[in-house]
Design a protein. Structure first.
Lengths: 178, 178, 178, 178
């Protein structure tokens, strides 16, 4: 999860975000981008390669804040475009219900989902993406992996904060967990 | 629900279908075709206009059997193409879970969903449709209605077998029930 | 939605809540309490009778904030006990995914769900309740209505902020929308 | 999946079931019994120990046919009681929508879910069980395993037909996949 764009475009200054983070849960959206075949079945899952706050390199799903007075659909589109570029053509699902809720805590022992900065409650969606993706901003790369590759030990080791589990929950939801 | 194509392309002769219908529940898929905006929100729902078995005219969702050895995704695509034509470009959702299960009984008092011919168990999906739709075969017309129009008294009266309720369940699932 | 207990037990003073409300979306849980039969089918839905902020009397579902560092399950249990008493025996569903997300805005035209005080994002759950319910605190009464009664014009008129729609979405989710 | 009770109590003679199996998909329900804590979180998953058709011993979820004119809720309760005994007190979820659909094929390469006898379409549910369970009929044992135990290599090797994957899909749905 990164806040770069949010602190540029949002309503809060960095010190105000810091203050809010100490006081209440922050609403996020997590999006797992996927490629689907003509029958709608997921064939690949997209993982960003990123430099995290502590300097290590990590694979992750797309994640970002929901801003004040922003619809959840708009937050999803905004965060998907921020990370995949303007030509990705994401297909946000018609149902507003997330497939799961991820509760991130500064203490990794609470849920296994970990965010050192804050208590975040994230609505998680699987989003088919049809267009051309160009990882933008802070991402080094975007890799499209098969379900088998995405749950392999090698790839799981490259994910932090519980995102390896988020990917498996997403693959389960779409019925292709190996 | 019609069986015309199924009896042509399927594995069963009409008398065999009759026999099976007296003995066990028959698996169906129901598809509610929708138009969505760029944010994924449903703007219109598609209703077929059909002559039913008893000669009356009725509005309905798309409904058809799952054939022997057929995947559910393939049954959805086949039934959508049968009723909307080959250029409809349906987007079958990545998750295999239907948003609801509809249990049709010959006795309308059991669930309110009614099929005089059989006990049918139908997996119901909301399917965004991007392409051009040409109602084919036994359909007289396909109308795209707003959620408000689709739940209006006038339109509800034109639906039978519980399809007016199916439409409201679908609109609820996608969060746009008026 | 009321904040009485939250401001007593939570981490924020009233002025701090006011400040946060002007800056970011606030996380809520909405719970629709139901009675189910032995087969799990919903027979009744529970509606609170309350005096709202503007002095009018209104029927509504259970709604309350998720506190800082609080698990969503714990927020559900806390808000259910606050409104139904300690003997209600709520059965929070095993899945963490809400059946829908309700987006409340100060401007009622955005989604139809309205909260004059804030932008609230609420995770909505249907919660079977087995025990004895005693509406506590600010509630005048708790009424158990059949699905037919709950969607009747009379009852719908007594609900504000979009809760009449929330009830219909909940009844759709459990397949008993009349 | 076993048919013993069904052939005794159902509408079909064994030779009729054989005939239907060669002609159309058969509707099943799969139930993953779980123990939950007071907050609704899954703590244990129940697995039956069974002698399969080919004489090997296998762990599995509960699975059985939906009979002609039987409601899905009733099929779930009947199959749960058949395998867990009459004091199990299963809590069938209020929503009729299964968390996933399992498509079993005689050819294991189609979906990975395998039934040598038939093409079965199974509606899968997670069912909290409160009471005392006594595995009855053809089951040798019922074991309550933690999520970690249930997905361990040892236990996964004891499951056939794809039930190890069904268990992981169920644990994902309830958010406790390790």
């Amino acid at each position: 999860m990164t806040d770069e764009t949010e602190t540029q475009t949002g309503w809060l200054r960095p010190d105000e975000i810091e203050s809010a983070r100490r006081e209440m849960p922050i609403v996020y959206v997590d999006a797992v981008p996927v490629r689907v075949d003509v029958r709608g079945e997921v064939t690949h899952v997209g993982l960003l390669l990123r430099v995290t706050a502590d300097g290590t390199i990590s694979r992750m799903a797309i994640s970002g804040r929901v801003l004040h007075h922003e619809r959840i659909r708009d937050a999803l589109i905004r965060n998907l475009e921020k990370d995949l570029g303007p030509l990705a053509l994401p297909r946000v699902p018609p149902s507003p219900a997330p497939f799961t809720i991820v509760e991130y805590f500064p203490d990794p022992s609470v849920t296994g989902f970990h965010d050192p900065r804050q208590h975040a409650i994230s609505l998680a969606f699987v989003v088919p993406v049809d267009g051309e993706c160009r990882p933008s901003q802070s991402s080094l790369d975007l890799a499209w992996l098969t379900p088998e590759e995405a749950v392999s030990e090698n790839v799981r080791r490259e994910m932090t904060g519980g995102h390896d589990r988020l990917i498996r929950l997403a693959l389960s939801h779409v019925g292709v967990l190996p």
